[in-house]
Write a protein that binds this ligand. Sequence first.
Ligand code: SF4
Length: 422
Amino acid sequence: MALTTGHKTIDVDGKILHIPEGINYSCAGCGRCCNGVAVPMTQDDYERVSAIDWSKELPQFDWSRQFRMLSAKENDSSTYTHAIRPTDDGHCPFLINKLCHIHATRGEHVKPLICGLFPYSFNNTPSGVYLTVSFRSNAVLSNVGTPLTEQIDTLKEKFAVYNTLYTARSVIWDAVKLTVDKPITWEQYLDYEKGILEALIREDLSLKEKIFTASDSLFKDLNKPAMPDTIAPPKGLDKKFLAGLFALYFPNDPKYLNKDVVFNGISFALDLVLKAPKFKVVNRSYTFEELNNFPWPEANSKDASGSSSKEIAEAKEIDDLLTRFLYSRVFGKWYFGGGFAQLSVIAGFHHLALLMPLMRMHAAGLAIARGASKVEMIDVMVTVRQLEEKVQEAVLDGYSAALWELILFAPGRLRRLLSASI
Ligand code: SF4
């Protein structure tokens, strides 16, 4: 089933659960989800897991330091108190031969609760709870497995786990704004969201056109800034803003890979003024043009002369993946307000849209590092997985939020950057 603006709704213990159509997932047992994160644990998880002496079974790790207590800032408004430290190469120490050692030797019930919930994600809003799945999972990236709409019993179990983990979480949805000076009701928001989703599922539009159509729909009740007939190339500020986001979401230094993304507005603003826009991938710096000029598979057959049918099929798969990523973030409401940094809907959607050129550039950098002649699906999958992780953790300070609102409001900037990239 393809993506639709419709979705399945079920009642779970008096709560309305909204399930998207066209999104599939079944665990493929690849073990990839257990890489690249410091697994958070509740106090109960910690006591249950750390009470076992793992040193005889897994002597390769120093169990005196494999668990750590979260700082007050880290466990603020969450039920987590501890975390499992990843190994030096970034995976959970319990991941042995692609299998969870806790699950295999002690049973699923002994694992941290979050491991049983992943990759399902629930967002509690004024119109019910919205389900999505994390793009850190290989199966989600490939959209393989059982449609979410056919997993009702599983979803009920996962929802119970979610409720155990996140009862204390306070997502604030009571001050939704279309833009900084235009508050809207939740019902009005849902109407704007419908416009975005309708644009994203259109099969007759390219990814870029879908995004422009969705952006236009958000300005239907506003005086939209005048747009020139011809889209100009990106300006210096456009590229610098993108370079700032790139450095935060795709840190080149591995020591930042497992760290939260925290935007310091003042240093971000200084970088905008003082630093030339550079994009670093696998220890090499590139210009905006170098990465965007690197060959990318074309999905549109009329632009794809010279591409083999295999490449065209791959291009279509990449477009489908990026569309699903956008759709999931919008359907799940993980891009504005309580779902992302309290941004307004327009700033939130434009930030989401700018992730597309960021991903294109990072995937190009990976392809160059591999010695490939063109970006391939593998580069995009690695990129989306990393971005999903980082965007989830992004925190804006007050000054950054104001700066972002200002920069991200402009539909012209969105058009310049996307037209030069995707
Ligand atoms: S505890 Fe098991 S399921 Fe959880 S991240 Fe580690 S290996 Fe994966």
